[in-house]
Design a protein. Structure first.
Length: 462
């Protein structure tokens, strides 16, 4: 008996020493085995095992961080280096110029490159990185001008707040002969299209792009507001400086404004379009054709990371990882605000939004054609696509870019390995069912883009 107790005590002491000295590595292994324990990864014959991938410091880069930090890339035989990039234009250029092998991108970037907006290139996306995740934030000055006209319930503003709530501020700025400036991160970002959609749904015209100069145009011809391109990390300081009066961006930059006491988020992107697609993972067509197994292996690791992220038990660990300097490099408490299923509007006005960030549920990682076609419809609506297009053009064009076949090849391997269940692989023709889950209840059917565009009161029609 004494011998057994002695051995047990020795085992406890050894365990304590291991956890004390290995710390981070032990924690990494623990969280990794939560979904990989007793499962075996079938490694493909990789044509290029050493990979460099780019990202921007936003919480929706999380699948890349988790795949790297928890060893999901390594499980596939990949040696991945993650490189932070300065802005979205740099990230696009570096993928096209083969300085990096792939990257987190704005969903509109590979589409714009395919239709001749900005740099032309053949880019593909096999993986959708997340759903939702953005918000529109106004300065405290703007908030002071509109808050009294917003309906209240139990002492708090009723959400979602429509764009026409901005009207009192717009009238005051117009009387003062001051432009009302709203920051977006790129002409081809979801933020740009979501902001425009929200404004137009509230009767505010965001303006149109010049057919002759889309790159140089701010897209505000005939608009009631001005749009300004601003890098995500610079949004709060630009708002505080008064250069812009509001912005649409991803996290943690809306919650950062609340934390600093300089701005108030007034609507989340999920309220504009419920469970909308957000960022995508992009490689060149040439890379995928030259290194097909490598492309599948990267996609496998990202799918596993997405599934790990959507386990509620893992979210606190996820925010700890994201807060590291190698990834988002932000304060954990600020990242927690949105990543843990809540969102803070005004200071102390914390509301439950469990789907603010979705990385796997609702087939979030599958690259649906209908998601990509929605971006094309908004490009047409606001003048980035000048010529009339047929429904067939939209379908053909998006199939050059979105590659669900790569996702499906990766998912089938994960199914065989036991990482995915059959119910987690969508049975689809690549199109989501028609939906009215927009702030204006507009019907969107990805199979009928031309008819969809014609239904808007504000927007260019063929």
């Amino acid at each position: 008996m004494k011998s057994i107790l002695l051995r047990l005590s020795l085992l406890i002491m050894i365990s304590f020493i291991v956890f004390s000295f290995k710390g981070e590595n032990v924690k990494k292994t623990f969280f990794k085995t939560k979904i990989t324990d007793s499962l075996t990864t079938t490694k493909l014959a990789l044509e290029k095992p050493n990979i460099t991938l780019g990202f921007i410091k936003l919480t929706d880069m999380a699948p890349l961080a988790i795949a790297k930090h928890l060893g999901f890339f390594e499980d596939e035989g990949l040696n991945v280096k993650l490189e932070v990039q300065a802005n979205w234009r740099d990230i696009l250029d570096k993928v096209i110029d083969e300085q990096i092998d792939g990257a987190q991108m704005l969903a509109g970037q590979p589409i714009a490159a395919a239709i001749g907006c900005g740099r032309q290139a053949a880019l593909v996306t096999p993986f959708s990185m997340d759903l939702n995740g953005n918000a529109i934030t106004v300065s405290k000055d703007v908030w002071s001008k509109i808050v009294d006209s917003i309906p209240q319930e139990y002492g708090r503003p009723v959400h979602p707040i429509p764009a026409n709530a901005l009207m009192p501020a717009l009238h005051i700025y117009k009387k003062l002969n001051k432009p009302f400036v709203i920051g977006v991160v790129s002409p081809y970002s979801n933020h740009n299209y979501q902001l425009r959609y929200w404004l137009a749904a509230g009767g505010i015209n965001p303006g149109f792009y010049s057919n002759n100069n889309i790159q140089g145009s701010k897209g505000t011809i005939g608009g009631d507001v001005l749009l300004n391109i601003t890098a995500p990390p610079q949004m709060p300081e630009t708002l505080q400086a008064g250069t812009i009066n509001a912005y649409c961006v991803g996290e943690p930059w809306n919650q950062q404004a609340v934390d600093q006491g300089i701005g108030i988020p007034i609507v989340t992107s999920r309220e504009i379009w419920k469970n909308h697609p957000e960022k995508v993972f992009v490689m060149t067509k040439a890379f995928v054709e030259k290194y097909p197994n490598t492309a599948i292996a990267i996609t496998k690791a990202l799918i596993k990371a997405g599934k790990w992220l959507d386990d509620p038990l893992n979210r606190k660990e996820a925010t700890r990882i994201l807060s590291k300097s190698a990834y988002v490099d932000g304060e954990k408490r600020v990242i927690d605000n949105s990543m843990l299923g809540t969102f803070e509007f005004e200071k102390g006005d914390i509301r439950s939004i469990p789907d603010f960030n979705v990385f796997f549920r609702y087939n979030a990682t599958y690259p649906y054609y209908s998601d990509g076609i929605w971006f094309l419809t908004q490009m047409k609506r606001w003048g980035q696509i000048a010529e009339p297009k047929t429904n067939e053009w939209y379908h053909t064009k998006i199939k050059e870019i979105y590659k669900p076949e790569i996702w499906m090849a990766a998912a089938k391997l994960l199914l065989e390995e036991g990482f995915l269940a059959k119910t987690e692989i969508p049975v689809t023709d690549g199109y989501k069912p028609a939906t009215t889950e927009f702030i204006d209840n507009m019907l969107y059917d990805g199979k009928k883009p031309v008819e969809y565009i014609k239904g808007f009161k504000i927007g260019i029609k063929d």
